[in-house]
Design a protein around this ligand. Structure first.
Ligand SMILES: C[S@@+](CC[C@H](N)C(=O)[O-])C[C@H]1O[C@@H](n2cnc3c(N)ncnc32)[C@H](O)[C@@H]1O
Length: 241
């Protein structure tokens, strides 16, 4: 048995295997939407160095939250059972929080960030309303984020995008969300990783869409990256002017 493992690992690291794997494709222009096949990978734009110079690295999103100002106004897209919302709201003493989710029991979510309540007699939405009932500034909004976000009129100091990873879903969400952020405010995105992710059976385009957004929006820079134990690293980008 040991022998088999040993042999296969040697085979997998042999130089000829470097020619296997996904075909590298040119980046998709900012004004075009093109779908590459599962066997292809889109080369991302580099984030210009001057948009990286003030970036910090964190062990968890909660350690990052401690560096944010107090009394923030917060928007979370993809709330699931409210684990990250609770942490960001409490650590920053948020003055307000809009919490957007389909509230359909986080179905089809592999990493919901906290488990569902056992034997709950209330709906997902009601569960979140009850959970945050202690806070008068929390607003629970049920619906599809891509439809809800363009209707929001508040300005936020922090927006956490923790739903969807499809290339153009994130591109469009970033475009909308960037208009809702105060100067000095931040947008955080989870699953900042490349198409080759082993976890999903679909393309993960967060990496390409974030890099592209930074490249075309020079008044934004990377504030922080949060490392994740499964490689779902997070990126927090800041609006500087
Ligand atoms: C990864 S979970 C969020 C985890 C949560 N932020 C945490 O850390 O505790 C993703 C959530 O996004 C929701 N979701 C997925 N697509 C959505 C969409 N288009 N609009 C609104 N919510 C969506 C799912 O229902 C799920 O509850």
């Amino acid at each position: 048995m040991d022998n088999v493992t040993h042999e296969s690992s040697i085979e997998n690291t042999s130089p000829e295997n470097w020619t296997k794997g996904k075909v590298i494709r040119e980046r998709i222009p900012y004004n075009k939407q093109r779908i590459y096949g599962d066997h292809e990978i889109e080369q991302a734009l580099h984030i210009p160095q001057n948009q990286l110079n003030n970036a910090k690295l964190f062990n968890s999103r909660y350690d990052y939250a401690k560096t944010l100002g107090k009394g923030i106004s917060y928007l979370e897209l993809g709330v699931a059972w409210g684990t990250s919302a609770e942490k960001f709201i409490d650590i920053t003493d948020a003055k307000s929080a809009d919490l957007v989710d389909l509230y359909n029991n986080a179905y089809a979510t592999r990493e919901p960030g906290g488990s569902a309540p056992k034997n709950s007699l209330v709906t997902h939405e009601q569960h979140i309303k009850d959970k945050f009932s202690y806070h008068p500034g929390v607003n629970v909004i049920q619906g599809d984020a891509i439809e809800i976000v363009p209707t929001l009129t508040n300005k936020y100091d922090l927006i956490l995008i923790d739903l969807g990873t499809e290339r153009f879903f994130i591109r469009n969400l970033l475009r909308h969300c960037s208009k809702l952020v105060n100067v000095g405010g931040v947008i955080g995105l989870t699953s900042y990783m490349n198409y080759d992710a082993i976890h999903y059976e679909q393309h993960v385009g967060t990496y390409q869409s974030v890099n592209e957004f930074l490249y075309y929006n020079k008044n934004w820079s990377v504030d922080a990256m949060v490392l994740h134990e499964l490689g779902f690293h997070e990126i927090y980008i800041k609006k500087n002017s």
